[in-house]
Design a protein around this ligand. Sequence first.
Ligand code: SAH
Length: 347
Amino acid sequence: MNTPQVRPNLYGMGLQELGAVFEALGEKSYRARQATTSMYRQDLLDPAAWTTFSARLRRDIADRYRVERPRISERQLSDDSSVKVVLTLADGQRVEAVAMPTDERMTFCISSQAGCAFGCAFCMTAKLGFLRHLSAGEIVGQVAALMEETGTAHERYNIVFMGMGEPLHNLENVLGALRLLLNKLAFGLGPKRLTVSTVGIPEGIDRLGQEEPRPRLAVSIVSADQATREELMPSAKTFKLDAIADAMRRYGARQRDLPTIEAVMLKGINDRRHHAEALAKFALRAGAKVNLIEFNPTPELPFEPSGEDAIRHTLRILVKAGVGGTVRRSRGKDIAGACGQLALKTP
Ligand code: SAH
């Protein structure tokens, strides 16, 4: 019987894994570096176009392997010129990613998982539940697809892991993706252009801190009051604020940029004076700065955004305590492409 064989996908493989592929084909290991450049630097998804290879080697590769990355299957343009895309993966699973241009720079917001297991009360992705992890190729493939979609050149964009999923819950694949993004033969992004955002998993933060180079770190603290945080984020019961603060401090000690504390601002929930004071204290302990995020409301969630006054008041308390504070304004809200809105629904 002729069983159909799924050819392994070269897209997403790290240099070592690719080295083994070429060794098995009787080739030298520098071929792995050439293939890396063809796939990520040049986005050539057909090995027939890898002209640094002989015709025979190109045919051998095409016979035995696939070179496939996610493709954009839907796109929506926001009034503020953000673009939200849906990518359809090889098994039909869909994930979302967002490109946000401003005058000075382009930012890509990418997903690390389909759905999310963490159940934060204020986030729409949580409503999907956990669907599956994304592979390294499915993660970096979102970047390649957004570069193509928006006509953005290498090293002209920033990346935030703030789409669907919890990056530190899919650590091995996220590390594989980060290495490709930071490798000069692949995407060649400077480490300052990359930010990993997490619900706050101390062990994962420590593991990420061992990478060299390592990305910027952002942690969704939301509230530095343990009881309030537990009500909003189930993971807070397992990963306590004290342990997160210590892990952030260790992370920050190894690099020049301060880690960021993210706090989505919920009216009457985490925007009072004592919340701001707790946040300031936490930030000093963690050695971090604070980014207050405008909450993006939807009828399905029982929260309202904090008023401008409450946000400004919180900022004032932070600054008075000697903590750096900024506000992240919403982008792509009209297309459900803003923080916490990625749930594979059209508005
Ligand atoms: N799991 C990671 C990354 C995804 S969430 C994390 O928790 O950080 C990215 C950011 O969006 C987080 O800071 C999160 O707190 C914020 N966020 C979630 N839902 C939101 C909403 N409805 N409005 C505004 N920000 C939201």
